[in-house]
Design a protein around this ligand. Structure first.
Ligand code: AMP
Length: 249
């Protein structure tokens, strides 16, 4: 079985995003970019499944600028076998990403697509669900445990009420939650080895997908600054203050 892992290059999770002065978006000039953290978890899970003998090949795919090659190389240094870069400088929305992934899936024929539950730049949480719908295959989202059993896969999901386990027939789409695993660090020898792993470059047009945005970004702004709190000396004072502020218990 082959496992396909879509990985997105996003602003590093440690970086505090700066908004452009005209409010037209986030300033990405000279900002550290990394693999989306949920996608690192997806790569790790795919590699573990391959190490356990459940898969023969892990293929990583990224849709983004030429620099997304670095993200693919990081995934290959962790252990993925080869990469596909679908190169575009445009901002690609989840529906277009899902359409491209569907075309890649048709070409590659994976038994599983393991991807992040959301990309931390746009927080859409849409692409996995859209891919499953376009592909007409089952989905197990927010996975905290994945177990392959013959032609099916059991996915334990983190839902509000606790943990839910679903059994999907493969091929299927799985999206990862934080507690699924702890991604490994790539060792220096593996970083060197990854440089010679195969990396194919394509364009969205090769898959017949129009990436023109359907949404118009109107404005990006900082959240309001939180007001400082005050300390009260007694319950009576607290009640008086709450009344003054018009807050009832
Ligand atoms: P989103 O729906 O944008 O929150 O993204 C969910 C997941 O879809 C991510 O964690 C990635 O696995 C995948 N994904 C989204 N955008 C891309 C992209 N441009 N290239 C590769 N994978 C992507």
């Amino acid at each position: 079985m082959k496992i396909l892992v879509p990985v997105k290059r996003v602003i590093d999770y440690n970086v505090k995003p700066r908004i452009k002065a005209d409010g037209s978006g986030i300033d990405l000039a000279n900002v550290k970019m990394s693999m989306n953290p949920f996608d690192e978890i997806a790569v790790e899970e795919a590699i573990r499944l391959a190490e356990a003998g459940a898969a023969e090949e892990v293929v990583v795919v990224s849709i983004g600028p030429a620099k997304a090659q670095e993200t693919l190389r990081t995934a290959m240094a962790m252990g993925a076998d080869r990469g596909i870069l679908v190169e575009t400088d445009d901002e690609v929305e989840p529906l277009a990403v899902a359409k491209i992934l569907k075309a890649v899936v048709e070409e590659e024929g994976p038994g599983l697509v393991v991807m992040g539950k959301q990309a931390i730049d746009d927080d859409s949480n849409q692409t996995g669900q859209m891919l499953a719908a376009l592909w007409g295959r089952p989905q197990g989202t927010f996975a905290s445990k994945v177990e392959i059993d013959g032609d099916s896969v059991s996915v334990t999901r983190e839902v509000d009420a606790g943990l839910e386990t679903v059994k999907l027939s493969m091929p299927a789409v799985i999206t990862t939650d934080l507690r699924l695993n702890e991604p490994r660090y790539a060792s220096l020898p593996n970083i060197m080895k990854a440089k010679s792993k195969p990396l194919a470059t394509k364009a969205p047009a090769d898959y017949g997908v129009d990436t023109a945005p359907r949404l118009k970004l109107l404005k990006v702004e900082e959240p309001p600054v939180r007001q400082a709190g005050i300390k009260v000396g007694s319950v009576d004072e607290l009640v008086t203050k709450l009344k003054e502020l018009g807050i009832s218990a």
